[in-house]
Design a protein around this ligand. Structure first.
Ligand code: ARG
Length: 588
């Protein structure tokens, strides 16, 4: 036993067969089932079907109702309402029974099914740039990407992660030449270099190199020659470049660790990783006529993409000096992901401001035949992180905000909140929970708005205990865990024969809808739908808890059944939060 059919799917199937028994030509039609305020579910599909069959919708609905088996198996009651809707009430026994089946799923997946024929998705996310600090703009790709990875894997999809870091290009000539002339600048006294130290080394080096580059013509010439050496694969130049990459990775890993995110070295395949493919990519595009020479550069033109002067803006695959840029790399990466990694779907979690680039790259790949109906590419474009003033987030001095500073501040604020509420927590626990709450707050604020929208980075709101925040969800979870601890010897147990109160039914029906929420959020790459579901789950739990005494319920069976509702809610919260990359501490 693993996968459990959700109540809504069961009702859906039931109605579909009642419908086709009444109206054979409606076989396979969707009864359009929705959760409803009037009853548990409402089915609206009969209206359109009646219209098509030129029948009276109320009459048709009445006939369908007469075909529906009611009882305490599944549908307790069904009635026609309005112009021909069906209002459906689920039997209490069915609610408890279905939840009990989920609870018994020994895989811990709460009965959520996995895809029968999963595909392979290559997801490009968390792609900072070598020798540069990570800023607030790198937050969203990492957080959204990580959640989409979890969601897809949970549905059974084969997921290949690709961190397309910026580790190639002209600035490396400058850095390498400088390091060559100042060989001891990256030496470390201690063997263990921390992330921040690695970054400050790089930062110092970058500034010094830049200064020399701007002031010394001869250095500039030497630096330019180095780029050519690098791209030609000169071993000494490559070895030095490797030093920069390694140093940057120490720093990236430290930031990802702070973000409580697992990144594998093998998945970091930066721009440099496609260097060997660039010439071939250009050749293929030119030979097939997809790209043409224009003023020496290799370009792809599009009818619908024009600059402000009305002239077409091409995608430049190779510059007139023979150099390759961002587009050539991305086109080569597509070939690698399609033909080598055998992807069905390419997903790019990248800033919306790169939408034109991806539009052109995808269209080029389609013309070349690398993308088609079976292999598709999609940019999961995200909006900008704004300051409280509604403008792109900057420091008071007008500089880009360093991601690490922002995370540290969130952790500080959250630790203060945890400390204030803490009852039986040690200092060590406060620090640990502070990090889990702070990072959770940052992630949740990002994930609870739909990715394509901008959002305001407002720490006060993010760590608030009230409202749609991760802290609210984490407290709900911790409260449930505390009740379960208090229950001691009394174990949660489902009693399907018990009648349920309104609050219990609402909570139970919502818990049961976890599977379809996950399927929807994964299918649409929309973690915000899962976030909204979890927030509602916590709210429904709160009203259940306000109205229904748990440990002091009337009968022992009721105590057990309510503990069971508590526990399955906790498990669902825990699983759902994990899919968002957020921890649920046992105590807060
Ligand atoms: N490194 C780039 C940046 O910081 C993002 C890379 C996005 N991925 C890609 N395949 N182009 O803007």
């Amino acid at each position: 036993m693993a996968s459990v059919t959700s109540l809504s799917d069961s009702v859906q199937q039931h109605l579909a067969s009642a419908l086709s028994a009444t109206l054979p030509e409606a076989a396979g039609a969707d009864p359009l089932l929705r959760r409803s305020d009037r009853a548990d579910f409402q089915a609206n599909g009969i209206l359109a079907l009646a219209k098509k069959a030129k029948a009276n919708p109320r009459e048709l609905a009445t006939q369908v109702v007469s075909q529906v088996v009611t009882g305490d198996e599944l549908i307790k009651d069904v009635e026609v309402s309005g112009p021909g809707f069906l209002n459906i009430t689920i039997a209490d026994r069915a609610i408890t029974g279905n939840l009990a089946a989920r609870y018994a799923d020994e895989t811990g997946r709460l009965g959520v099914p996995t895809a029968a024929q999963p595909g392979t998705t290559v997801i490009d996310y968390a792609q900072p740039n070598v020798a540069k600090e990570m800023h607030v703009g790198h937050l969203r790709s990492a957080v959204i990407g990580d959640s989409v990875v979890q969601l897809l894997e949970f549905t059974g999809e084969n997921v290949v992660r690709r961190h397309h870091i910026g580790d190639w290009g002209t600035q490396f000539g400058m850095l390498i030449q400088y390091l060559d002339e100042h060989p001891h600048e990256l030496d470390h006294k201690e063997a263990q270099v921390t992330g921040e130290e690695a970054m400050s080394n790089l930062d110092r080096l970058y500034k010094a190199a830049r200064k020399l580059f701007d002031s010394d013509e001869e250095f500039k010439t030497r630096a330019r020659r180095r780029v050519v050496d690098l791209q030609a694969g000169d071993p000494q130049t490559l070895a030095m470049w490797q030093k920069f990459v390694d140093e940057s990775k120490i720093y990236f890993f430290s930031v990802f660790e702070k973000l409580d995110m697992e990144i594998q070295d093998a998945d970091i395949v930066g721009e440099s990783g496609y260097n060997d493919m660039l010439a071939e990519t250009c050749r293929l595009l030119e030979e097939s006529g997809v790209a043409v020479r224009s003023e020496g550069a290799l370009c792809v033109f599009f009818d619908d993409i024009k600059g402000p002067d009305g002239n077409p803006v091409p995608l430049i695959v190779q510059k007139s000096d023979g150099g390759y840029g961002y587009a050539a790399t991305d086109l080569s990466a597509i070939r690698d992901r399609v033909f080598h990694l055998k992807a069905n779907t390419l997903l790019y979690v990248v800033d919306a401001r790169q939408a034109l680039h991806f539009k052109m790259v995808f269209e080029t790949a389609r013309r070349a035949g690398w993308l088609n109906e079976d292999v598709t590419a999609f940019q999961l474009a995200f909006g900008t992180v704004l300051g409280k003033d509604g403008k792109p987030f900057k420091t008071r001095e007008g500089e880009t905000v360093r991601l690490v500073d922002l995370l540290d501040e969130a952790i500080d604020r959250a630790s203060a909140v945890v400390r204030e509420k803490a009852q039986d927590l040690s200092e060590e626990e406060i620090a640990e929970r502070g990090a889990q709450v702070g990072i959770g707050a940052v992630k949740y604020a990002d994930l609870s708005t739909s990715a394509n929208r901008d959002y305001k980075f407002d720490l006060d709101q993010m760590v608030s205990l009230n409202g749609d925040t991760s802290v609210y969800l984490q407290y709900a979870y911790a409260r449930i865990r505390s009740i379960l601890r208090k229950a001691g010897e009394t174990r949660p147990a489902a009693h399907p024969a018990l009648a349920l109160t309104e609050a219990e039914r609402a909570l139970g029906l919502h818990v049961d809808a976890f599977a379809e929420t996950v399927a929807e959020a994964a299918g649409e790459y929309a973690p915000h739908k899962l976030a909204a579901y979890l927030y509602q789950l916590a709210s429904l739990y709160t009203s259940f808890y306000d109205k229904c005494p748990v440990l002091k319920a009337e009968t022992p069976a009721q105590v057990e059944n309510r503990l069971f509702l508590c526990d399955i809610t906790a498990r669902t919260l825990h699983q759902g939060m994990a899919l968002l990359g957020i921890r649920t501490p046992e105590k807060l």
